[in-house]
Design a protein around this ligand. Sequence first.
Ligand SMILES: Cc1cc2nc3c(=O)[nH]c(=O)nc-3n(C[C@H](O)[C@H](O)[C@H](O)COP(=O)(O)OP(=O)(O)OC[C@H]3O[C@@H](n4cnc5c(N)ncnc54)[C@H](O)[C@@H]3O)c2cc1C
Length: 339
Amino acid sequence: MPNSTNQFERLRCIKRIDETSDASTFEFEHLDQRPFEFQAGQFLTFEINHYNNLLYRAYSICSSPTQANSVTIAIKRVPGGKISNYLLDNLQAGHALPAMAPAGKFTLEANKTTNNLLLMSAGSGITPCLAIARYLLDTQKKTNIHFIHSARQASDVIMSSLLTELADTHSNFRLTLILEKTDNPDYFQGRLDSHLFKQLVPDNSKQTLFICGPSLYMKSVEEIVFGSGFNMDYFHKESFVAATKAGETVFSDVNHQITFPALDKQFMANDQQSLLDAMHKAGIKVPYSCKSGICGACKCKVSGDVVSSSNEALTAEQIEQGYVLSCSTKANSDLVVEL
Ligand SMILES: Cc1cc2nc3c(=O)[nH]c(=O)nc-3n(C[C@H](O)[C@H](O)[C@H](O)COP(=O)(O)OP(=O)(O)OC[C@H]3O[C@@H](n4cnc5c(N)ncnc54)[C@H](O)[C@@H]3O)c2cc1C
């Protein structure tokens, strides 16, 4: 089956490591072996041919841009999930997968930072935090990193030996593991609460916090951190899933004409409908992944008037050029659209 757009380039998987009972890491290289250009904390959106349906999923890079000949991602099983389970059951070294260029703003470059970095994660949310830690440890010594990871038990921690190695070899890297089930005195037992946060971070005045993990974990930590008087200008988060599920679209009486010159197509879109849904309904296979304005997989270029609720994954230059995230954009006039 051909790729749906030319935004994708095939990457070859060169190594797979089964890290835990439900998560594996996969290392990829370009087919022509040229280095990758990305920032620590960014993700790749893969196109997966799932039983003849093209589906798109984002996976954060957990390796450092300082070792750019390859990139590594970690995938964790999601119960009932289509693609995480499919990739974990099928993807092996030697296979190739189409992927979009690295994207995302959960990065040091796109956010306000200080020299005291708290990296907080749970589950597969460890991936972008690990990339940020590895990049900083490879490039400079003046940032103090406190990596606080939460998991059910020690055997669930993805890349745990790497974390331990970083803690053993870098005096500016401190590792705290908070485990629901443990009797090892090296770890904290239970869940993070405001008391434990105060104990771990007694002075939060000059800290920067990057956090990534399951929605409930992020919500609870955000409340604890906010309650501690943390300066939220320095609180940066990445969500892997939409906080709320998109509801049914309630259509209005206003429709706009959408022209798609590349496929010589014209169709109508309601002004309450996302541009992505309207394009899919018209049979135009635009890639998408998170459907919540985070991952950038569904970006397209529009001429005309639109209302967008998110441009998170777009650069200032792309916004200037007329790119929008079609999952988070509604037509406010007739539009011409290209990918
Ligand atoms: C920017 C970004 C970076 C990401 N990085 C990673 C990464 O490094 N490693 C990784 O394993 N995943 C990562 N994800 C999540 C990944 O893209 C997929 O969403 C995930 O693998 C589940 O896909 P699926 O097809 O198996 O599940 P689906 O079939 O899409 O969903 C099945 C059900 O599970 C829920 N669900 C979907 N994703 C999750 C999740 N992550 N946790 C809990 N419930 C979920 C859905 O709401 C749905 O109810 C990232 C997502 C984004 C947006």
